[in-house]
Design a protein around this ligand. Structure first.
Ligand SMILES: *Cc1c(COP(=O)(O)O)cnc(C)c1O
Length: 408
C-alpha cells in the first residue's frame, strides 16, 4: 500500500467521507469497521470493539460463523440466482426445514423484514376476503402502539413514532392501533372486518419492551375465538435471541403467521419469510405476490444453515445461560446510573438515568472503551450481543457499561 493510500484509510477520514456522500437517514457512531469475527469487530486502524448490537439481531450467530460462511462459499460457486420462474436445488430443503422449525406447512421467502411484513399484511387481507368473508375493501388489521415493523410507506403509516412517519403520507388505511399489551383494547377493536392482529412478541426497536405476562396467550385465545389471524413479527425477537426459538414460545403460543427476517440471513444476505399453514398462505396464487430475489439459491443455502443451527437448540440454550449473566449484571446497575432494565434471554433494554447523559453519550463513552452498542428512543440502550459471545467478553463489556454509568 502506498503512503497516501494508508493515510486515506484513517477512521475519521473515511467516516467524514461517508457522511458527506450519503443521505443522513442514520446517525452512526464514528467507527469504521474493516473486519470482524465472532463478537469482535476491528476498525480500519486495527482497534478492536466488542459488538453488543449484533446488527439488531441479524448477527445472532456472530460475525463469520464457520458453518454459515461454508454454506455461503459453497453456494456462491454453484448457483446464486434463478428467480422463482425456475426451481433451484436449495429451495425445497429451506422451505421444508424452516416450516418444520416453525411447525407450519408453508414458507414464503422474501428478502428484507419489511417485505415479509408487507407479505403478511397482504396474506391476512386476502384470507379475510376469501376465507372469512369480509366486505371487499374493508379489511382491518390491529397493530400496537410503539410498534416497529419496517420502513415502507404502508408500514410507517401505522407507526406512532413521529420520526418514522411524519412527512411520508398519505398512508394506507385499514389499520387500527391499540396500546401494546392491552388485551381488552384488542378485544374492543375487533369487529366483523378484522382480519388480523400484527404485533411484536417483544418490541425491540421500542426498547425491548415486554408485554404483560399472559398477554400473548390471551391474544392467541382471543384471535382463535373471534376468527382473526394472529401474526407475530419475530424478525428481531425470534431465532434464538430470547433463549427460545421464538419469543412467542415463552407463553407456548403458536401464531397463525410467523414473520421472520434478520438472523434468518445469518448476517450474510437478507433473508426473510412468512411461515404459516396452507389454510392461510394457500390464499396466494400465481402472479399475486412475488420478489425477484426472494428465496434465491444463496439466500436459501445460508437460511438452511441457520435453520439447522437453530434445530439443535444449542444457541437458544446459550442465550438463556448468558442471559442470566446479563440480567444479574444489569439489575445491579438499577439505581446507579440506570433507571430500569428489561431482559429476556440475551437481549436487554437499559434505561439510562438522564443525570448520567443521553443514550447516545453513553454509547460514545462505551465506544471509547472498545464496546459498540446503540441507543434507541433517546435514553434507552439496547443490548443484543451475538449469541456466540464468550462469557468473559460479555462480563468485560458489561463492566465497561457499569463504569460508564457509575461515572467510573
Ligand atoms: C428490523 C425489523 C423489521 C424490518 O426489517 P428490515 O429488514 O429492516 O426491513 C421489521 N420488524 C421488526 C420487529 C424489526 O426489528
Amino acid at each position: 500500500m502506498t503512503a497516501s493510500a494508508t493515510e486515506t484509510r484513517s477512521s475519521s477520514e473515511m467516516f467524514q467521507r461517508s457522511e458527506a456522500r450519503t443521505a443522513h437517514n442514520y446517525k452512526p457512531l464514528p467507527v469504521v469497521v474493516a473486519h470482524a469475527e465472532g463478537a469482535w469487530m476491528t476498525d480500519v486502524e486495527g482497534k478492536r470493539y466488542l459488538d453488543l448490537l449484533a446488527g439488531y439481531s441479524a448477527l445472532n450467530f456472530g460475525h463469520g460463523h464457520p458453518d454459515l460462511l461454508a454454506a455461503a462459499h459453497e453456494q456462491l460457486d454453484k448457483l446464486t440466482l434463478t428467480s422463482r420462474a425456475f426451481v433451484h436445488d436449495q429451495f425445497a430443503d429451506f422451505c421444508a426445514e424452516l416450516g418444520d422449525l416453525c411447525g407450519k406447512e408453508l414458507v414464503l421467502p422474501m428478502n428484507t423484514g419489511a417485505e415479509a411484513v408487507e407479505t403478511a399484511i397482504k396474506v391476512m387481507r386476502k384470507w379475510g376476503y376469501e376465507v372469512k368473508g369480509v366486505t371487499p375493501g374493508q379489511a382491518k388489521i390491529i397493530v400496537a402502539s410503539g410498534n416497529f415493523h419496517g420502513r415502507t410507506t404502508t408500514i410507517v403509516g401505522f407507526s406512532d413514532d413521529p420520526d418514522a412517519r411524519d412527512g411520508f403520507g398519505p398512508f394506507a388505511p385499514g389499520f387500527e392501533m391499540v396500546p401494546y399489551g392491552d388485551l381488552a383494547a384488542v378485544e374492543a377493536a375487533i369487529d366483523e372486518n378484522t382480519v388480523g392482529v400484527l404485533m411484536e412478541p417483544i418490541q425491540g426497536e421500542g426498547g425491548v419492551v415486554l408485554p404483560p405476562d399472559g398477554f400473548l396467550r390471551g391474544l392467541r385465545e382471543l384471535c382463535t375465538r373471534t376468527d382473526v389471524l394472529m401474526a407475530m413479527d419475530e424478525i428481531q425477537a425470534g431465532l434464538g435471541r430470547t433463549g427460545k426459538t421464538f419469543a412467542s414460545d415463552h407463553e407456548d403460543v403458536v401464531p397463525d403467521l410467523y414473520v421472520l427476517g434478520k438472523a434468518l440471513g445469518g448476517g450474510i444476505v437478507p433473508v426473510s419469510a412468512v411461515v404459516a399453514d396452507k389454510d392461510v398462505l394457500g390464499v396466494l396464487r400465481p402472479g399475486q405476490h412475488g420478489s425477484t430475489f426472494g428465496g434465491n439459491p444463496l439466500a436459501c443455502a445460508v437460511g438452511l444453515a441457520v435453520v439447522r443451527m437453530l434445530a439443535t437448540g444449542e444457541h437458544q440454550a446459550r442465550a438463556t445461560e448468558l442471559g442470566e449473566i446479563l440480567r444479574e449484571r444489569l439489575e445491579a446497575l438499577v439505581g446507579h446510573g440506570v433507571l430500569a432494565v428489561r431482559v429476556r434471554g440475551l437481549w436487554a433494554g437499559v434505561d439510562i438515568d438522564p443525570a448520567v447523559g443521553t443514550g447516545r453519550e453513553v454509547c460514545e463513552a462505551l465506544m471509547a472503551r472498545g464496546v459498540l452498542a446503540k441507543d434507541t428512543h433517546g435514553s434507552t440502550i439496547r443490548l443484543a450481543p451475538p449469541l456466540v459471545i464468550e462469557a468473559d467478553d460479555l462480563v468485560w463489556g458489561l463492566d465497561q457499561l457499569a463504569e460508564v454509568v457509575r461515572g467510573g
